[in-house]
Design a protein around this ligand. Structure first.
Ligand SMILES: O=c1nc[nH]c2cc3[nH]c(NCCN4CCCCC4)nc3cc12
Ligand SMILES: [Zn+2]
Length: 390
């Protein structure tokens, strides 16, 4: 089941405020979805995710099929009970993850043949198999199996003919995914994925075909695959607002804080990216006034929190009062620098909480600005603040 209510639109851009009602709950949009590939958002407790306002998280069909295996997830009745997350979950179909395996796979019209990176077993993933796995996972939003058209192969840009061939196979796999999803009687929502490489007219053909198939929501795939930023922005400016206004639009694998705000202005409702958690583990922290590298020696004795305006548990402690508002319950840059230098596990736990909170708080600010009719001002202030420097 999926219901999407359009609550407000920005007169000066394609930005819109919405509400997504799914089987495991309601999601306010625009939204950022933390990535929980193996049934966990790395290093973050489910309760911390709830505390910071996470409304929906991602799981990966391919990874969970490999480990723990469908029999284990099935014995819990699906992913929610297994990972103790009772709000909505979106699962990617596995195509991108298998594609990322590189050499160890063979793509045919039928599906993808590959070797398990875990134990070397010979495996096969088709639109039908992907739908069967996602039905067992019982995710609220299921992604069709598609082929993520590469930006380049062995240093050579994907040609228009290659992008067309790939897009047309994804279109056929969309039909097969939908037929199997319906045959299985899956009560959740299946999204089609727009492909077409870096060619606007192929993107248009892809989205038109998917809209005729009448999915409850649509994703834009085939970006954030190593293309230059301006190429991703060109597709982001072309495709989202051409999708039906009454259906949710999901931009896959994107992106930086700037990409999220720009993406909302282009009409995107949903985002996912490993950046907040991956950067946190590498010591790169997002703050209102720019990025901060916590391993830098200049933080060695700094008593301030990562971000003096932040109310996350790392910056503001359990009370959640920001440093600028007089709060002193959080951890200092000096302490986080120390944890990083010592390789202590609490380091990435706290920095992951901060970065995820930053992304979720940014989306909350966007939703509030859209409710108040001040999105343009929010967008301008966000960019000015981020350019200030930490
Ligand atoms: O075309 C796609 N179809 C299905 N799933 C996808 C997932 C994707 N994830 C990405 N990009 C994620 C790139 N990410 C950026 C931050 C660093 C790690 C890699 N593009 C995608 C395209 C697709
Ligand atoms: Zn913080």
């Amino acid at each position: 089941m999926l219901q999407f209510d359009l609550l407000a639109t920005d007169p000066a851009s394609h930005a819109r405020r919405g509400r997504l009602t799914l089987n495991h709950g309601v999601v306010q949009t625009p939204i950022f979805m933390p990535v929980g590939t193996y049934g966990t958002v790395k290093g973050v407790m489910p309760q911390s995710l709830r505390d910071m306002g996470a409304q929906i998280i991602l799981g990966n069909t391919f990874h969970l099929w490999m480990r723990p295996g469908l029999d284990v997830v099935q014995s819990f009745g699906g992913l929610h009970a297994f990972e103790q997350w009772d709000k909505p979950i979106l699962t990617d179909s596995g195509g991108f993850q298998v594609w990322s395996l590189g050499a160890m796979r063979k793509i045919t019209e039928e599906g993808v043949y590959f070797q398990s990176p875990v134990n070397g077993d010979k495996l096969f993933m088709s639109p039908e198999v992907s739908m069967q796995i996602q039905t067992t996972l019982n995710s609220d939003i299921v992604m069709q199996l598609d082929e993520c058209t590469p930006y380049e192969t062995q240093g050579r840009l994907t040609t228009e003919a290659e992008a067309r061939k790939s897009m047309e196979m994804s279109r056929r796999w969309a039909l097969r995914s939908k037929a199997e999803f319906e045959r299985l009687g899956n009560p959740n929502a299946l999204f089609g994925i727009v492909q077409g490489g870096m060619f606007e007219h192929l993107r248009q053909e892809s989205l038109q075909a998917l809209v005729e198939m009448d999915f409850p929501g649509y994703a834009i795939g085939g970006v954030s695959v190593g293309e230059p930023k301006d190429e991703m922005l060109r597709i982001m400016a072309h495709t989202p607002h051409r999708l039906p206004a009454t259906k949710p639009r999901y931009l896959m694998g994107v992106g930086t804080p700037e990409d999220l705000v720009d993406g909302v202005a282009c009409g995107v409702d949903m985002f996912d990216c490993v950046m907040p958690t991956r950067n946190a583990r590498n010591g790169t922290l997002f703050t209102r006034y720019g990025d901060l590298k916590i391993r830098n020696a200049r933080h060695r004795a700094d008593h301030q929190p990562l971000d003096a305006t932040c109310t996350c548990h790392a910056c503001a402690g359990p009370q959640g009062i920001a440093w600028n508002d007089g709060g002193r319950g959080g951890f200092s840059r000096a302490y986080l620098h120390h944890l990083e230098r010592c390789g202590e596990m609490l380091g990435p736990m706290l920095t992951s909480i901060h970065n995820l909170h930053y992304y979720l708080n940014l989306m909350q600010g966007i939703r509030d600005a859209l409710d108040a009719g001040t999105f343009s001002q929010f967008h301008a202030q966000f960019k000015a603040d981020r350019a200030r420097g930490v």
